[in-house]
Design a protein around this ligand. Structure first.
Ligand SMILES: CC(C)(COP(=O)(O)OP(=O)(O)OC[C@H]1O[C@@H](n2cnc3c(N)ncnc32)[C@H](O)[C@@H]1OP(=O)(O)O)[C@@H](O)C(=O)NCCC(=O)NCCS
Length: 382
């Protein structure tokens, strides 16, 4: 993985970086404060790259202007400070010629964003050995708060113990620190991805926009994933807004989140799954009886129809009382106009129909319409 900030690129270390690494890591002013011996040769640096620096969530800090590495930053898991799966320790160092330009704070902010938003960690620790005023200052600037002092902290690589100060940043404080109190959670449809959330970033000022990268694809399992995600966000933000596409909207309405959501924006939502499955049975020249008997029917239009799914849908009619905006394409081939109208009236949602629009909003014209729709309905007070 690679990250880009204003002045920097954070990318995995490579063996060809040995010479540049040695240039900075031989200086004892870095290693001593960071808790490792100064490098003794390019070969020694190469060895450190292979054995220490190449690993998950470990990055070379590369200056955009030169393309060369000047320092290192990492998230460490399961060590002396970070004990559980949802915690990490942030560690860093920088070549002496670059000190004092805010480079480590810039790199850290991006890695912390990644840790909280992408890896969904709950807490990040950052520590320094007593007397390391520079690192203390960086941690203050990043918003870390004092947690505890450890008198005999093991400095494994130097075979000694030191007095260490441990700071912590819980997820909630991170978003507070960034001054963001509201979040939009984007739930993609079939074949979509969490990265589509990026489209909505310019449309919601003062909101954090996150996409849910869900791993399952049934209303009961995905519903649970959505519930967990919303519960997590509720501990960090004042309000959670949902944007959901197609079946993502259906999963959302099956999650146990109705009373936790401020507002929802549904694009081509699947609102009557029973009807849709029955239609698909017709398209597949099959019947409910056959589905019941076989359990699963594979279709040549790529959908597997399941009796368990149909039964679940029937047993759990949708209950959704979130203020909701719906965008529907006139030529939606999954949901009829009558179905969407009836549903919108039932849940008291505001329905917008794009003339000539399709189920999948994807053309330039459709995306422009979607953008304008979000801008317009956002202003309408529910
Ligand atoms: C700690 C370290 C990573 C800071 O990185 P950085 O990008 O220079 O951070 P900043 O630019 O925000 O500077 C932080 C503080 O260092 C001090 N500082 C800056 N330049 C300095 C210099 N040339 N000499 C001494 N101190 C300096 C200042 O107090 C500054 O705080 P300020 O911005 O309020 O003035 C870097 O000094 C370093 O690599 N130190 C050795 C390794 C280390 O300590 N790693 C952390 C282990 S916990």
């Amino acid at each position: 993985m690679t990250f880009t900030t204003k002045r920097l690129i954070l990318r995995p270390w490579e063996e060809r970086d040995a010479e540049e690494l040695y240039r900075y890591a031989k200086d004892p002013r870095i290693g001593y404060d960071a808790g490792w011996p100064p490098h003794t040769s390019v070969e020694n640096s190469l060895d450190v790259i292979k054995k220490v620096l190449i690993g998950p969530e470990r990055y070379a800090i590369v200056l955009k202007s030169t393309g060369l590495p000047i320092g290192s930053i990492a998230l460490y898991f399961h060590n002396d400070l970070a004990r559980s799966d949802d915690e990490a320790e942030l560690g860093f160092w920088l070549g002496v010629p670059y000190w004092g330009q805010g480079i480590i704070p810039e790199a850290s902010r991006e890695l912390m964003r990644h840790a909280f938003e992408d890896l969904r960690l709950s807490r990040i620790f950052c520590g320094y050995y007593d007397g390391n005023e520079k690192s203390k200052r960086v941690q203050e600037k990043l918003g870390f708060k004092y947690q505890r002092t450890i008198e005999d902290f093991p400095v494994h690589q130097l075979n000694e113990t030191r007095r260490a100060v441990v700071n912590v940043m819980p997820k909630k404080d991170w978003f507070d620190f960034c001054g963001i109190r509201n979040v939009v959670l984007y739930i993609h449809g079939k074949g979509g991805s969490a990265s589509e959330a990026g489209f909505y970033k310019p449309l919601f000022s003062n909101f954090k926009i996150l996409g849910l990268d869900y791993k399952t694809f049934t209303p009961w399992e995905t519903g649970k994933e959505i519930t967990d995600a919303v519960d997590g966000l509720k501990t960090c933000f004042d309000s959670v807004t949902i944007i959901a596409n197609s079946i993502g909207a259906y999963f959302c309405m099956n999650a146990d989140v109705s009373e936790k959501i401020e507002r929802a924006f549904f694009i081509s939502p699947v609102v009557n799954m029973e009807k849709l499955i029955k239609n698909m049975l017709l398209w597949a020249n099959s019947t409910e009886e056959e589905l019941k008997e076989k359990g699963i029917i594979h279709t040549d239009f790529g959908e597997d129809l399941s009796w368990e799914y149909l039964s679940y849908v029937r047993e759990r009619p949708i209950k959704w009382d979130v203020p909701t905006e719906i965008l529907y394409g006139e030529r939606d081939d999954l949901t009829s106009f009558d179905t969407i109208t009836e549903f919108s009236q039932k849940i008291n949602a505001h329905l917008t129909v794009m003339k000539g629009g399709e189920h999948w909003f994807h053309t330039k014209k459709q995306m422009k319409y979607l953008e304008k729709w979000i801008e317009k309905v956002q202003k309408v007070k529910q």
